[in-house]
Design a protein around this ligand. Structure first.
Ligand code: 13P
Ligand code: SF4
Length: 406
């Protein structure tokens, strides 16, 4: 039994969770406003020089095109599938978090990598690129509310508690989802664990169970649960670790019995999708195929026909025959893009209330222009630099993932 006593912490809703609900709309039109208009809505984004506040979309476009032309091969822009259309149009490469990390690892030519995505993705790119390349996150406030649900000090406490209760016999393999801080990836690297994304979570679990008796999965309980269920592990053999309760809210015996320990984290975008929405979609569009991201709850994944990473969703819809109908449970910018790129198919979001990921949304094109104009004048703005002592161990955990068959 753990020897340290821990006080339950007050539960606080991350700011990004609150901002998330503020962006929900009933229309499907996600028009980019000027930064001044966005700031009027009371968002807490990074400050920028005043000149960028009122730029129109056309002025921003021209500026970005000029900067890209001047920087040439010195610059690569990476864009996650959830970025708004007005940003993703400038990306040299688009992808899910796994593909983008592969691209960062293989990119050796560009001096600058502008990462249009969220903080943990830019950290990963910094770890995987060489020391003479600079990774830039256009808006430093673009984090991820799920990643924020696992704070390093809580994860270290959990790890120490488990070592006390289970000892070496516990053989716990720590696996962290890409959506986590570099320090948590480093803990996994130091302790014979690895990183995974939603496109290789199955392979990561298999890898982990070849090396230990238990998996500690952070921070998304839903991806962890859905993956373990697919491997035939019963929900009775899983428990959810609350960082706000002593010993995660469990007895030492319960911990000894568990095969999978799931961190109590979730994605506020994906937990909006429900089995009822899927039932409604099937009524409205007989023959519809439903695909959801595995960050959705177990009930939603069970009710869907398929689940998969953003890249899988893109591939399945793109490869589907003309005339097919697809109900999709993932972020709205990707769903809208798929609908536009597949006019011969019916592609729609399962949730009638449109909620973009509030933190992905923080990468407004004016921020991209700001950092690119900085590079034109020889200034690197918003460079993401993971401290060396963290990067070394995090890289071990990331390379284990990159060695897996995705
Ligand atoms: P992918 O790994 O599927 O790109 O997902 C990343 C993410 O943040 C999903 O919410
Ligand atoms: Fe994080 Fe969810 Fe946004 Fe993905 S969609 S970046 S998990 S908050």
């Amino acid at each position: 039994m753990t020897t340290r006593s821990r006080q339950p912490k007050p539960f606080t809703i991350p700011l990004t969770e609150l901002e998330q609900s503020a962006f929900c709309q009933t229309g499907s039109e996600l028009r980019t406003k000027t930064l001044a208009e966005e700031f009027n809505a009371g968002v807490t984004w990074q400050k920028v020089p005043i000149r960028y506040l009122k730029l129109s979309p056309d002025e921003i476009s021209e500026g970005i095109a000029d900067a890209k032309a001047e920087l040439g091969k010195d610059l690569t822009i990476l864009g996650h599938h959830y970025q708004r259309a007005d940003v993703v149009q400038y990306a040299d490469f688009r992808g899910d978090s796994y593909r983008l990390s592969q691209m960062a690892a293989n990119e050796r030519e560009a001096k600058y990598v502008a990462f249009c995505g969220v903080h943990f993705m830019a950290e990963t790119a910094d770890i995987l690129t060489s020391d003479d390349q600079a990774v830039i996150l256009p808006n430093l406030a673009a984090g991820c509310s799920m990643a924020d649900m696992a704070q390093m000090e809580d994860v270290q406490d959990c790890w120490d508690d488990m070592s006390t209760v289970l000892g070496d016999q516990g053989e716990v393999v720590p696996v962290t989802y890409m959506n986590s801080a570099a320090s948590i990836k480093a803990l996994c690297g130091r302790n014979n664990g690895l990183v995974c994304t939603s496109s290789n979570a199955d392979a990561a679990f298999t890898w982990a169970f070849e090396r230990g008796k238990r998996v500690l999965f952070m921070p998304d309980q839903h991806l962890g649960r859905n993956t373990a269920l697919k491997m035939g592990i019963s929900e009775d053999d899983m428990l959810v670790w609350s960082p706000f309760k002593p010993l995660g809210g469990h007895s030492p015996d319960a911990l000894r019995r568990a095969k999978v320990i799931l961190w109590e984290g979730h994605c506020s975008v994906h937990t909006r999708f429900t089995a009822d929405q899927i039932a409604d979609a099937r009524k409205s569009y007989p023959g519809v195929q439903v695909i959801v991201h595995p960050e959705c709850t177990r009930e939603t994944v069970d009710a869907a026909d398929y689940s998969g990473s953003t890249e899988t969703i893109v591939r399945m819809v793109t490869d589907a025959p003309a005339g097919s109908a697809w109900g999709i449970g993932t972020e709205i910018n990707l769903v809208n893009r798929l609908a536009q790129e597949n006019p011969d198919k019916k592609v729609f979001c399962l949730d009638p209330i449109v909620c973009p990921c509030a933190t992905m949304y923080r990468v407004h094109p004016a921020y991209l222009l700001w950092v690119l104009e900085g590079l034109r004048s020889g200034i690197v703005i918003n460079q993401i630099q993971v401290p060396q002592e963290i990067a070394v161990d995090a890289r071990v955990a990331l390379e284990r993932m990159l060695d897996l068959q995705a």
